[in-house]
Design a protein. Sequence first.
Length: 583
Amino acid sequence: MGIDPSLLKPFRLEADEGQDKVVSLSEAIQRNIRPGMVIHFIKEAGASIRELSRQFWGTRPGFTFVAYIVCNHSLAPVHGKLARKLITTNCTHIYPSPGPVKVIQQLYREGQVQIENWSLCSLQQRLMAGAMGVSFVPTRSISGSTMAEENRDSFQTMDDPFGSGDRVGMLKALQPDVSFVHGWAADRNGNTILLGPHDESLWGPRAAREGVVVTVEKLVSTEFIRAHSHLVKVPGYMVNSVSVVPFGAHPWGLGNHGLPEIAAYKEDYEFMAELRKASDNPTDFDAFVREWVLSPPTPDAYLDKLGRRRLERLQEEGRPDAWEEAMKRANLSLDAPVTSSEMMVIVASRQLQAKVRRHRRRAILAGAGASALAAWLAYYLLKGQGDDVELVMGAGLVGYAPRPGEPIITSTVHFPSARMLTDSTDAYSVVVGGGNARCVSSLGAAQIDKYGNINTTRVGRTYLMGSGGGNDAGASLETVAVVRQMKDRFVDKVDYITTPGERVATLVSQLAVFEKLGSDQFCLTAVLPGKTTAPLADRVRTAKENCGWELRVADSVQDIAPPSAEEIRLLRLLDPDRFFTAD
């Protein structure tokens, strides 16, 4: 005698389950946001940030923003003085190259906004502690930096209580009031799919005291959520509201690696460039914000203004193989003279290759700009010679192969090539700086001094960009710095220590190579060929004249060989428009 099927009814799964939390984005902000709140947002939450700006524009709500990066649409509420404080790792433009934001610099200089500086990993670890309900977590980040001195109320060091004899950094937990998240899909209850790499998207929403405001590309059934439960990163019980906002990440892109049911879209670089130009002047930025943030009354109106053809193009460019079509249209010249910046990148890549081989490193952390190109070039040259090495991006890509024609490291174009997609805490605290790490880092700098200390944060009262993951990358076994040389960048003492120089072993400029040779200070060991056939002694003299400290010179200075045809070919395929290699 079998069981009566009616007895099994309580165990049957429903296609849609839980409280219905779907509301318009306007209603979501009205319900969940109050003046004075501490608001966390991920960079893709552009639609929520625009709606916040519309509802509070012209007021002084005194928000504190917690964000890995303040960029693109999140500049608008800062410019509008909606935020009194930013807890962040950087305020920067990313396209066509990383650079300071002038409207932020002016507000900071005038004291209109405070900036609390953290590294990418340390900020996420503070949010992780908040999510776990512990008051602090240990860290290897920021020790020895100016950030450690500035943030003494939230960072302390202590002796290892288990007797190793080491000093351990301790980060105070951080809990925002509300978090803004944009995901691929959610059911009506708010179970939200976020696709890797997860960068900064995991711990902020989990730490939010009062819950999460979710926007998504698509509303799906709970049945769909169960079928893709391995992709759900924010459970419904944490979520206050769900709003359906297609292209909600714009102008950021959104990769669909692992969820082909929904079309991906690429970053809108044209829009980013327009925003960047406008932000150079407060009056111009006022006009831009009114046109793109304040005037469109709804997310749909914003999309109408962008236009269907533009959105379709972004989706077309978001396909995993779209880079191949783009490269067919690239204006690539292999015969043009080699620039000094190209030579700098090539020499830096040689240094990275040598360190991988000599010290058996198995991973290279790629920074941004020229330092990323150096890491990428080293990767492809090592791979061509049968050397196995993994490229790492701080956003959470491990074992990726950068696509030709796309030198912007944050581009979604690179995501499908990765063999592991994780988050920034995993990338930095384990892969780059963990107990089993075998990583060398490639980093740029706004300033660097004779000890290898790197500054990307502040010069006097001028805010630059911040740490991002630069400080965390400095925890690798050794670092190669790639920096254009001039006296105001090669300084005796940096204004601000973003990345301590203890493990910055080598410095490559467009003029020379500098190594520490058993000392804590750089020594000139080699000179680059240059555009002319100037004698070696003259090139050494030029390097000394463009250095802001009393430079030591090795007894025997190497004359570096010109680039090979293969080095030039690979580099120009990686950066055909010379975003980072033009002089």
